[in-house]
Write a protein that binds this ligand. Structure first.
Ligand code: SF4
Length: 93
């Protein structure tokens, strides 16, 4: 079974009004050489955009914490778990 097929088994309840991860300062992303978040996120929540910055869509977030770690030196990601009842439900634990 491919990873993508396993991920498809998971279910999400998106908290529309309150994304649990936010980019603090878009200008910091534009001047970031690696933009590691666009490569490291297993759910591809981060993508390089046309302005040279980074766009974040948290809907499929696996709550793994990788983005927070790779951005630790810049501290440009405000990361929290979703509110109770929201976020991912893992089928395989
Ligand atoms: Fe992606 Fe993990 Fe960060 Fe969620 S916590 S946005 S899955 S790297």
């Amino acid at each position: 079974v491919k990873v993508e097929e396993k991920l498809y088994q998971n279910r999400y309840i998106v908290d529309e009004s309150r994304p649990h991860i936010q980019i603090r300062n878009a200008d910091v992303c534009k001047s970031c050489d690696s933009q590691a978040c666009t490569v490291c996120c297993p759910a591809a929540c981060y993508s390089r955009n046309e302005t040279g910055g980074v766009t974040l869509v948290t809907d499929g977030c696996l709550e793994c914490g990788t983005c927070r770690v790779v951005c630790q030196d810049k501290g440009n990601i405000a990361w929290d778990y979703p509110r109770g009842g929201y976020g991912i439900s893992y089928k395989f634990g």
